[in-house]
Design a protein around this ligand. Structure first.
Ligand SMILES: O=C(O)CCC(=O)C(=O)O
Length: 266
């Protein structure tokens, strides 16, 4: 794929989460898939791909610290491929024993550059909402050519988080997810809305397959700051690769300056 100078090449790995595949094997497979994306600038994995976002009964056993086996494998993969890696999220076992749905961003040298603990937990009075502790801080990650705003799955339904990220300088939202197939229409609609209303790129990376009886939506998608679809996956395991033009964010914001007309919440 020929590349225009100055673009950011991003690859989204929509990995299949199959409960029959042992976590260690999926981890090794994810690392190999990341390494295959050498030449990209940014690689993205989905939410809780190691265990499955709906495999609640496995969360405690799969929990690991920030230097645990998944983080180490992802650090090595980022370094070996020489890419920025948003490694999706893991079940983090925090120092006080609490479990958090924590996203990890590694630099091309394998350093853990950012962590983001999912702020809006899904499940109402069940599942993640009772098993996990919520994060409290919006997180951005400045890359050389674009600033990432981090959000995870259910966060997509809360536009105020994305506004906070834009106010903190975000130009490209990265949204790992384990979104269910039965609400796929919401996934695409909300991801596109976040792109249009915030005049930002959206990289929304989900999982494929069925685990804990929940069929996954797949359909990872990339929208540009005007809401145009740059790439969209099908339902199965797939890697999407797109070239982002960082200058396009400033151009759209300048030519159609709606963000400057905000009245509330500034
Ligand atoms: O909001 C939704 O419909 C899905 C959210 C979800 O599955 C999650 O956050 O894990």
């Amino acid at each position: 794929m020929l590349r225009v100078v100055g673009t950011v090449r991003a690859s989204l790995i929509q990995i299949n989460v199959d409960p029959q595949e042992p976590v260690a094997e999926r981890r090794a497979r994810a690392a190999a898939l990341v390494q295959e994306q050498a030449g990209s600038d940014l690689v993205v994995l989905p939410e809780l791909w190691h265990v499955g976002a709906f495999a609640f009964e496995s969360f405690a056993a799969a929990a690991e610290p920030l230097d645990g086996p998944t983080a180490r494998a992802m650090s090595d993969a980022a370094r070996d491929a020489g890419v920025w890696l948003h490694a999706g999220s893991i079940v983090e076992k925090a120092l006080d024993g609490a479990l958090c749905n924590t996203s990890l961003v590694f630099s091309p040298s394998g350093e853990l550059a950012r962590t983001y603990r999912k702020i809006h937990r899904f499940g109402f009075d069940k599942g993640e909402a009772v098993l996990m502790t919520a994060g409290t801080e919006p997180v951005t990650a400045p890359l050389p050519d674009t600033t990432l705003g981090l959000a995870t799955c259910y966060d997509l339904r809360f536009p105020e988080l994305f506004r906070a990220l834009v106010d903190a300088g975000a130009q490209t939202f990265v949204i790992p997810a384990g979104w269910p197939a039965k609400r796929r229409a919401h996934w695409t609609l909300l991801a596109r809305a976040r792109a249009v209303e915030n005049q930002s790129y959206v990289l929304a990376c989900g999982t494929a397959g069925t685990h804990a009886g929940v069929e996954q939506a797949g359909h990872s998608v990339v929208f540009d700051p005007w809401g145009e679809t740059l790439a969209e996956a099908g339902p199965g395991e797939e890697v999407l690769t797109v070239d982002l033009d960082p200058a396009r964010v400033a151009k759209v914001r300048e030519e159609f300056p709606a963000l400057k007309d905000r009245v509330l919440g500034r």
